[in-house]
Design a protein around this ligand. Structure first.
Ligand SMILES: [Ca+2]
Ligand SMILES: [Ca+2]
Ligand SMILES: [Ca+2]
Length: 117
């Protein structure tokens, strides 16, 4: 479950917007290359955070700075949204979203060097 947000964002990047949950294990080299904006062969925390911030903006259709279920119905299940919604107010703020995705980054960064390769 820890890769849910990354998988959903990659789905957004790919332009499908559907079936993110089914693609939770689909983080392969081609996706990482798209996040690797300086082409150094790895995805740094900064590259990851930049990408995820852009993803948040794309998801937040009404631009109010929070994601509600109707905005993310195509990429998150209600359970996934609840996992992001740390303060349980029914909405995922930008900080809650970024906290979750940076935890995902740390989990995925098995080498602990701050880069995903
Ligand atoms: Ca890079
Ligand atoms: Ca919104
Ligand atoms: Ca919240």
């Amino acid at each position: 479950m820890h890769k849910i947000v990354l998988a959903a964002a990659i789905t957004l990047l790919a332009g499908t917007g559907l079936a993110a949950a089914q693609q939770a294990s689909a983080m392969h080299e081609g996706h990482l290359n798209q996040l690797d904006t300086d082409n150094d062969g790895g995805v740094s925390q900064g590259e990851y955070q930049t990408f995820m911030t852009e993803s948040f903006v794309r998801l937040d259709r009404n631009g109010d700075g929070v994601l509600v279920e109707s905005e993310v119905t195509e990429v998150f299940t209600p359970e996934q949204l609840a996992a992001i919604d740390a303060n349980k107010d029914g909405r995922a703020s930008r900080n809650e979203f970024l906290n979750q995705v940076m935890r995902d980054f740390a989990t995925a960064d098995r080498g602990g060097d701050g880069h995903l390769k």
